[in-house]
Design a protein around this ligand. Structure first.
Ligand code: NAD
Length: 419
């Protein structure tokens, strides 16, 4: 019996089983590595603007505490459930280990439709969620960050709420905060920048000229928009983007800075252009050099994988590709270069780690320092992944996850089983 269920959790289990078989991990070690250490469910009541009370269900899953505190984002979305949060926490563990951070994985979330909340109600929900989590989190226990539906402002409310209960300012309890409240320069851009940096590295190694390259981005939020901007600045044409309101397509390339300005004012790409409107369902199938899914899990299934027309799949989102789709990608003759999520979007947690370190030391770095160190870590992990994949003739995802799983396993085995 387990509290975790649903297709996203099943996907995390299936992926782990592939890795465990490849690494020949004995059966009696597998559950200890895979199953989350703690799962917390809270109910968060808030006063609505109309005077009524609404109650929202919130979660936090801490996967393992073997290497240090747990670390992971907080998702506010109507699709959130404990299975999805559990899967995301597991993926965070493999990701942190792959890039060498002293963290286990965690994830949290609230099942809420943000379209139905006013700004005051969102603040009330953010504060109540953090207040309910106080017994279970801490700068050396579990450090939160943003994810889908949460942003710097929500992190500032989390930090303020925790600090009020401690009687002192504790900036290191969350990352992804505004720079004015103990955040680091370069965190807002970090995930998208990392996605673009790795995509550019693959293009360079494949001899693709940026000026001839095109990119398609699904999800024009934090990750998608900064990935698009970095590629646009490098001369790549961003020929299509989408968000929850629709899609835009322009064969000669979209004006990404203008689109970012529009979304910062209006909250979505809706209303940017009637002429460029496109079918959001078709966006993943467009011919392009780089395809960046940067929204939801499981958008690339077996059928979509068979019809992809990109040369590089740069996974900005967590879990965008199903295990069935991986099998198709492994066997396609026109090899698509996959940069798997746990590496591709890891720039976010890398710079979150830098933010935590800076907050603990109260010593802050220049943005150029933050970004230089981020790219150094991404480069190292990328090189290790490619070398492992080629040595063992396995897919990039298998190689990347195996490196992460091996590090967690080694730490568990050397520490032993208590008592
Ligand atoms: P966000 O809330 O800033 O943006 C999400 C975007 O996806 C929005 O533009 C939204 O409109 C769009 N979207 C939602 N449903 C969609 C749909 N059905 N079709 C197309 N677009 C849709 O979130 P984010 O922080 O950019 O996170 C996006 C993904 O990246 C998530 O999978 C998240 O877990 C992952 N991620 C985020 C970070 C980070 O630092 N923010 C780090 C690592 C991974």
């Amino acid at each position: 019996m387990t509290v975790y269920s649903g297709p996203v959790f099943e996907m995390a289990v299936n992926q782990f089983n592939v890795i465990a078989n490849y690494l020949e991990i004995p059966m009696d070690e597998r559950d200890r590595l895979l199953m989350p250490k703690r799962a917390i469910t809270v109910s968060c009541p808030i006063h609505k603007d109309d005077g009524t009370v609404a109650v929202f269900e919130g979660y936090r899953v801490q996967h393992h505490l073997t290497l240090g505190p747990t670390k992971g984002g907080t998702r506010f979305a109507p699709t959130v459930d404990i299975g999805e949060i559990g899967a995301l926490a597991i993926w965070m563990s493999w990701k942190c280990a792959l890039v060498g951070l002293p963290y286990g994985g965690a994830k949290g979330g609230v099942n809420v439709d943000l379209g139905r909340l006013s700004k005051r109600e969102l603040e009330a929900l953010s504060r109540r969620y953090m207040q309910e989590m106080i017994p279970f989190v801490g700068p050396h226990t579990d450090v939160m960050a943003p994810d889908m539906g949460t942003n710097e402002q929500v992190m500032a409310w989390f930090m303020d709420t925790y600090s009020m209960y401690q009687g002192q300012t504790v900036t290191e309890i969350v990352t992804g905060k505004p720079v004015s409240s103990g955040g680091t320069l370069g965190r807002r851009e970090a995930t998208g920048r990392g996605v673009a940096y790795l995509s550019k590295r693959v293009m360079k190694e494949a001899g693709i000229c940026m000026g001839d390259a095109t990119a398609v981005v699904q999800g024009f939020g934090n990750v998608g928009s900064y990935a698009a901007l970095e590629l646009y600045n490098a001369g790549v044409k961003i020929i299509a983007v989408s968000d929850h309101t629709g899609a835009l397509h322009c064969a000669t390339g979209l004006d990404v800075p203008a689109l970012m300005k529009h979304t910062s004012i209006h909250g979505s790409i809706a209303g940017f252009s009637v002429e460029l409107a496109f079918d959001p369902a078709a966006i993943l199938l467009l011919p392009c050099t780089v395809l960046i899914p940067a929204a939801m899990e499981r958008v690339i299934d077996r059928e979509v994988a068979e019809r992809l027309q990109c040369r590089i799949l740069a996974e900005g989102a967590n879990g965008p590709t199903t295990p069935d789709a991986d099998v198709v990608l492994d066997h396609r003759k026109d090899e698509i270069f996959v940069i798997p999520d746990i590496l591709c979007n890891s720039g976010g947690v890398v710079v979150s780690y830098f933010e935590w370190v800076q907050d603990l030391q109260q010593l802050f770095w220049e943005e150029s320092e933050v970004t230089r160190r981020e790219y150094e870590i991404l480069d190292r992990a990328f090189t290790q992944m490619v070398a492992r994949a080629s040595a063992d003739h396995v897919a990039h995802r298998t190689a990347a996850m195996a490196i992460g799983v091996e590090k967690v396993r080694a730490a568990k085995n050397t520490r032993g089983l208590f008592p």
